[in-house]
Design a protein around this ligand. Structure first.
Ligand SMILES: [Zn+2]
Length: 310
């Protein structure tokens, strides 16, 4: 994001951790960071262990032997009974088969959605869905509102599509804490790429967890968010501001993502242009769904032309 827009969001960049070592970041919640740092994963995927004795784990992480050993070491003397998955992206799910084989835990996740997954760059090109774990199947399927109780913990599944259609957040029912996966992160905005990501779902999912009394958000990447409602409101405002600006430019006669890019992201580094283009695309799809713009062809992809409907 440009510094102009990023300054409106109260990002928390700091994160205290050591790879391979569990850290209690809330009473009864331990976090282990996987060693898969990157531009979309921050320091790596966060794996959470909930409870003590007979415990639950949220998001095993990538297929990485070092991370598997770190989890097994942290669980020494305890029994892992439940594995929860926030969404079927490989950086969260790939370690599940190995962890399940070592522990015998039951895997809980949203029913796998296999259609229309991935990102679409050009309307005549196939979907890129290499980052989606299409082979994944949970032992137990979760629906919005399902509550799973363990030994000394209880988690409620909240369907929060937007980043991914099967995305679940998990509310800790014994603590004012929400595990947000990639729905809400404190260090960066969530990536919304059509058709995997859908802006209208994302905005509705932000509103769904707003004002619910959470004191802490524990995301799938990066550090904790300490003022959840403030951060969520800032994200909603940020997206509204961007969408209004895109609509204004289309009404003024701009017809393509290439034309919108320098106006929406002035001076942005070349590395960020693909992500910026896809972000504009996600907003354009939302504007189209609201009947505010029309597109030259379907599906909505980077090569479509826009025109104003209002
Ligand atoms: Zn992720």
């Amino acid at each position: 994001m440009t510094s102009q827009t990023a300054s409106k969001i109260p990002f928390h960049m700091e994160m205290i951790f050591t790879y391979g070592e569990p850290r209690e970041i809330w009473p009864g919640v331990r976090r282990i960071v996987a060693p898969n740092a990157g531009p979309l994963t921050s320091k790596g995927t966060n794996t959470y262990i909930v409870g003590s004795g007979r415990v639950a784990l949220i998001d095993p992480g990538p297929d990485n032997e070092q991370h598997l050993q770190a989890i097994l070491k942290a669980l020494k003397g305890e029994t892992l009974t439940h594995i929860f998955l926030t969404h079927t992206h490989k950086d969260h799910s790939s370690l599940i088969p190995d962890l399940k084989a070592k522990t015998g835990a039951t895997v809980y996740a949203h029913a796998a959605i296999t259609e229309n997954r991935g990102s679409r760059r050009k309307s005549d090109k196939p979907l890129d869905n290499g980052f989606v774990d299409l082979s994944f199947k949970p032992d137990e399927e979760l629906q919005d509102g399902d509550i799973i109780k363990g030994n000394n913990w209880a988690l409620k599944a909240i369907h929060t599509p937007g980043h991914a259609p099967d995305h679940l957040s998990f509310a800790h029912l014994n603590e004012p804490v929400l595990f947000t996966g990639d729905h809400i992160m404190a260090w960066n905005t969530s990536v919304i790429i059509p058709p995997e990501g859908r802006m209208s779902d994302y905005l509705a999912s932000l509103k769904k967890v707003l004002g619910q009394g959470f004191e802490r958000l524990l995301p799938g990447h990066g550090g904790q968010a300490r003022s959840p409602d403030r951060l969520i409101k800032a994200y909603l405002m940020h997206r509204k501001w961007r969408e209004t600006a895109i609509l204004d430019h289309i009404q003024a006669g701009k017809t393509s993502i290439d034309e919108l890019l320098p106006l929406m992201y002035p001076g942005v580094e070349a590395d960020f242009l693909p992500a910026a283009s896809l972000s504009i695309l996600a907003h354009a799809e939302h504007l189209m769904e609201q009947g505010l713009i029309s597109v030259s062809k379907q599906p909505v992809a980077l090569d479509v032309k826009f025109s104003s409907q209002v």
